[in-house]
Design a protein around this ligand. Structure first.
Ligand code: NAD
Length: 283
């Protein structure tokens, strides 16, 4: 095995320490306590765990947080009314609606109801557009975390070949735009890409966000490449990524493990966006 492991937990911890200092500074210098509201509809156990983790991280950082746990049968109107209240609540700087929503709710309408200035998940079309045209807005948390991990390796992106496997709105497309903004030459691959291993092998930086256990092995990897595995797949032996870690490690220069790579970064980027929302609002 030759690849260096990118330790997402350690990088997240470093950023957490910096953010805690920023929260103290915001309070002391401007009297602002950042506030995050998390809205969860229904009883999905995984979503409950995520919401709880967000609450705990807010406590650690000194961020005010509110949980709004709504019944599975909540109507669209009730949910939209809550979002309107949160949009105008001065204690709240960031609003996160935990996805997926129960099937009877219109996810698109709900996400569009969140004020773009409080959209710390970066899913509102206004923030998607800002990312596209390179204006400051909120960047989705997982792609933002991926960029921090790449930065941490010290491998520059300017002029490099970056390949993203997966074209979802929450990971693949936004991370491709962020790589482009850093002057990489970017290729986006998906389920219909012809010769996926051949295209992937051109990458100096390979980001894999597919949701298929161990799809990528050493045949996909250019020697020395940075490999970021976003996939989280539950198999009989536990959690595995989209990358076959042992095989890929023989060839890659840097690689993220699963778990302990991209995962810990996502929540910390949510905290960063919330602090940023508070800072902008106070201006
Ligand atoms: P998605 O299902 O929305 O998108 C998957 C993408 O992969 C699609 O664009 C599809 O075209 C592509 N794809 C499917 N099969 C393929 C194949 N055989 N070859 C090439 N491309 C193929 O998924 P998503 O929401 O982007 O999530 C991807 C993975 O990342 C999942 O495992 C998810 O659990 C994980 N994820 C992790 C985090 C985190 O914080 N760690 C956050 C978001 C998503």
């Amino acid at each position: 095995m030759s690849a260096k492991i990118i330790d997402g937990k350690a990088v997240a911890r470093e950023i957490q320490e910096r953010l805690a200092e920023e929260v103290v500074q915001l309070k002391n210098e401007r009297g602002i306590t950042p506030g995050l509201a998390v809205v969860l509809v229904g009883n999905d156990p995984a979503s409950r765990v995520y919401v709880n983790n967000k609450k705990k991280m807010c406590e650690k950082l000194g961020i005010y947080s509110e949980e709004h746990l709504l019944d599975e049968s909540t109507s669209q109107d009730t949910l939209l009314a809550l979002i309107r209240d949160l949009n105008s609540n001065p204690r709240i700087h960031g609003i996160l609606v935990q996805l997926p929503l129960p099937g009877h709710l219109d996810e698109k309408a709900v996400l569009e109801a969140v004020s773009p200035d409080k959209d710390v998940d970066g899913f509102h079309p206004m923030n998607v557009g800002r990312l596209m045209v390179g204006e400051p807005g909120f960047v989705p948390c997982t792609p933002a975390g991926i960029m921090e991990l790449i930065k941490h390796t010290g491998v520059g992106l300017k002029g490099k070949r970056a390949v993203v496997i997966g074209r979802s709105n929450i990971v693949g497309k936004p991370v491709a735009l962020l790589l482009l903004a850093e002057h990489a030459t970017v290729t986006i691959c998906h389920s219909r890409t012809v010769d996926l291993p051949g295209v992937a092998r051109e990458a100096d930086v390979l980001v894999v966000a597919v949701g298929k256990p161990k799809l990528v092995n050493k045949e996909f990897i250019k020697p020395g490449a940075v490999v970021i595995d976003v996939g989280v797949n539950r198999v009989q032996t536990g959690l595995v990524g989209d990358v076959d870690f042992d095989s890929a490690s023989e060839v890659a220069g840097y690689i993220t493990p699963v778990p302990g790579g991209v995962g810990p970064m996502t929540i910390i980027m949510l905290m960063r966006n919330t602090i940023e929302a508070a800072r902008r609002k106070g201006k």
